[in-house]
Design a protein around this ligand. Structure first.
Ligand code: NOJ
Length: 744
């Protein structure tokens, strides 16, 4: 009885919310229709135009003077302008010159923080902690909004299986399921529940689509894949953001099977706007319409503009083609008025939703900006997320955690670094000494200064050797050596692909010298992609993957090294043994000649290399803790699952070590026989839980038919009856296994 009452109440509430939303939409439609009735075609086209300011440089120069264009009333949006003073000046200039007082929308790449910088996105994904990731996006939104930004070009949700690609640092790794959950959480974080509230910003899902599958990991390179792979592996994170209510989408630079994404009606109109019912607007990536010419699908810029408008691009980033050509294209009937109206309306709707027509400055003030940026609460959140993103890759003989009474020689090019530690795409993050370095973090914990030394030893890439001896001398006197090494921040991100993903420069040579001293050596890594660490794994005693951990990174690393934080991150991307194995990912197909490893009685004529094992160095989902967890008692609620039914999976997880710790419990499923081949396993659930030492927790998952669906032989998205295997554990190597049958 009581249950029914609650249900009725909930129903009534959601109906009234629904009614309210419908009323708001009607109000918005009336406002925009009224406005558009007064707009000339030039004014409508202006809404589809975005130019870059000269605050940040994020692409090639075009020679277009954005100030002149604003004065002519030719601009709907500006990117790369931040700060209350600057954005207010530009907005005022625009309003003074816009006949109908249509506000500008300011966009910026707020990827992993605005001024308070959080770990790079790949690092955040390693936390497997959705509420931490949502909080990170929320803090970034609050800071950006306070600094006059309305719109972020994030989340970047590109799945990638190629660590050579520099932009893996901006995404959530190789897995569709994890990537979709992260994408959803980020949109929620950026946009909050109501875009009208002035401490959230509009999100933009990018890069649509399959940009992460660039051939050979070379940025902007060609992509070719089946529609099945596109839909199953690459598109779900994009769809997840539509479900989360994302307000905008960005096209990608690449082509897919001969069609550049920016000219792809299939992607933009058929899938995004029609099939998924996306109501927001689509912006191109930087000069992506111009690039249709070198791609070889457009004769000239007018043709490029035509292709983009017909495909469903609503706003052009930077290139100036829409402004120059759309009116003429309309006169020549190469684009329709309905297409231009639709693009303009979508942009105006976003501006309306953000409250820009009521207050074009969204209550930004220098006072609010000052109070918000890097306030304590934001720094605390950044530290919390950085701690959660640390992945312990190796820890022989429990060399970690360090003890304060040990004498530790900290060495390496990143030991005192305050520049690289915040990573690439760090918005307005301060690289000049604001971030906490490892040295500073350690000094806060170890008060006896005789116990620690800090030496660079070597640089990241340049091969000077003159600092090495001093570092080795200190290392010789220590109980433990900690080497803090990695990549320059600009070795990852856009246009930063590598063909060699070893530790750069002579860092490895220096590690070999350190190893000769016979002391335990701990390697702490800062990098934006999986590296090839076979030698390091064989020779180092412990390895901590810290990614680029952000403004509070030095504190997080020090707290992890000294056991104040127990590492709980798990890899969102496979670490290969060598570059020749790439692409290497856990949810591969079995092939007709699967190789069972060194114990396989058949070593020839198997799908394998003759010089290295098929297995990765560290698999997806892998990460150690200072504690240990044991898995037992895997149970399924039934040996059969009805079509459209559910199945409960439960497992006992015991913390068998000496530290309280968080563990990411992962559930994988394999469809044994399908009308098309299926991966050897796929992540279908995870939970991150704190389990106290000595305690056991029973963890439940629910599988539904939705989790078992895929594009079958007829490209229908269905679950097929038959046998399924279930694996549960602390990584994609999970060994606890059971099975069930899906029945009609
Ligand atoms: C190019 C990048 O591909 C994209 O991610 C970014 O948002 C834009 N430049 C704007 O800076």
């Amino acid at each position: 009885m009581r249950y029914n009452k609650t249900l009725l109440l909930l129903l009534a509430c959601s109906m009234s919310l629904f009614a309210q939303k419908a009323k708001d939409n009607t109000k918005r439609d009336q406002f925009i229709s009224g406005l558009m009735a007064k707009m000339t075609i030039d004014e409508k086209i202006a809404q589809t135009v975005q130019y870059t300011a000269d605050g940040t440089v994020t692409g090639p120069k075009t020679g277009i003077n954005y100030i002149d264009e604003i004065k002519r009333g030719n601009v709907g949006s500006i990117l790369n302008a931040t700060g209350v003073k600057y954005t207010r000046e530009l907005q005022k200039l625009n309003l003074d010159n816009s006949r109908l007082k249509i506000p500008l929308i300011f966009g910026h790449d707020v990827i992993h923080g605005f001024r308070t910088i959080f770990p790079i996105t790949l690092g955040e994904a390693a936390s497997w902690d959705l509420s931490a990731v949502e909080l990170s996006a929320r803090v970034a939104a609050r800071e950006a909004a306070a600094a006059g930004v309305h719109w972020t070009f994030a989340p970047m949700v590109d799945i990638s299986r190629d660590p050579r690609w520099g932009r893996v640092s901006e995404g959530s790794g190789e897995d569709t399921y994890l990537g979709s959950k992260m994408a959803f959480a980020r949109v929620r974080g950026f946009q909050g529940h109501d875009l009208m509230s002035t401490d959230v910003i509009l999100a933009c899902t990018k890069h649509f689509a399959a940009y992460g599958a660039a051939e050979a990991g070379r940025d902007y390179n060609t992509v070719d894949m089946s529609e099945r792979v596109l839909r199953e592996t690459y598109l779900p994170p994009f769809k997840a953001t539509v479900d989360a209510g994302v307000g905008s989408f960005m096209t990608s630079f690449n082509e897919i099977a001969g069609v550049p994404a920016t000219a792809s009606k299939f992607l933009l109109r058929d899938i995004l706007k029609k099939e998924w019912g996306f109501k927001g607007f689509v912006v191109t990536d930087y000069t992506a319409i111009n690039e249709l010419i070198p791609h070889g699908v457009a004769r000239d810029s007018a043709h490029a503009g035509e292709l983009a408008m017909v495909a469903g691009v609503d706003m052009e980033m930077v290139g100036g083609i829409y402004m120059k050509n759309l009116k003429k294209l309309l006169a020549e009937k190469r684009v329709t008025e309905a297409q231009i109206n639709d693009a303009c309306r979508r942009v105006l709707e976003a501006k309306y939703d953000l409250g820009l027509f009521t207050d074009p400055y969204r209550q930004s003030s220098e006072q609010r900006e000052k109070a918000e940026l890097t306030k304590k609460e934001n720094l605390d959140a950044a530290l919390m997320v950085a701690n959660k993103s640390m992945v312990l890759l190796k820890n022989s003989n429990n060399v970690l955690p360090l003890r304060k009474e040990q004498k530790v020689a900290f060495v390496g090019p990143l030991v005192s670094d305050e520049h690289n530690i915040i990573g690439s795409w760090a918005a307005t993050g301060d690289r000049s000494g604001f971030a906490v370095s490892v040295q500073e973090g350690v000094n806060k914990i170890v008060t006896d200064k005789n116990k620690v030394t800090f030496d660079k030893g070597v640089e990241i890439v340049d091969s000077r050797r003159d600092m090495m001896q001093a570092a080795l001398n200190n290392a010789r006197k220590a109980d433990v050596i900690v080497a803090v090494m990695g990549e320059f921040e600009n070795m990852t991100g856009e246009a930063a692909s590598r063909t060699n993903i070893d530790l750069p420069g002579i860092q490895k040579e220096f590690l070999a010298e350190l190893k000769k001293l016979g002391k335990p050596v701990v390697l702490v890594l800062m990098n934006g992609r999986p590296l090839t660490l076979t030698w390091e794994n064989d020779n180092m005693d412990a390895i901590l993957e810290a990614w680029y951990p952000g403004t509070m990174g030095g504190d997080a690393i020090a707290q992890t090294l000294y056991g104040i934080n127990n590492p709980s991150g798990k890899l969102p991307m496979t670490f290969p043994r060598n570059i020749g194995q790439i692409p290497l990912y856990y949810n591969h197909k079995n092939t007709g000649r699967p190789y069972l490893g060194p114990s396989d009685p058949e070593q020839k004529y198997k799908s394998r290399y003759i010089d290295v094992d098929n297995s990765p160095l560290y698999p997806f989902g892998y990460g150690l803790s200072y504690s240990t967890f044991s898995y037992s008692n895997l149970k399924l609620s039934s040996a059969k699952m009805q079509m459209n039914g559910k199945l409960k999976v439960s497992v006992d997880v015991t913390n068998t070590g000496n530290y309280d710790g968080e563990e990411v419990i992962q559930l994988y499923v394999r469809d044994v026989v399908g009308s098309v081949t299926r991966p050897v396993k796929e992540l279908k659930g995870f939970k991150k839980l704190l389990i106290k030492k000595g305690q056991k927790q029973t963890v439940d998952f629910e599988l539904t038919t939705e989790d078992l669906k895929f594009y079958n032989i007829d490209m229908k998205f269905v679950a097929e009856p038959g046998d399924f295997e279930v694996f549960v554990g602390g990584s994609s190597d999970a060994i606890l296994k059971d099975k069930f049958e899906l029945v009609k």
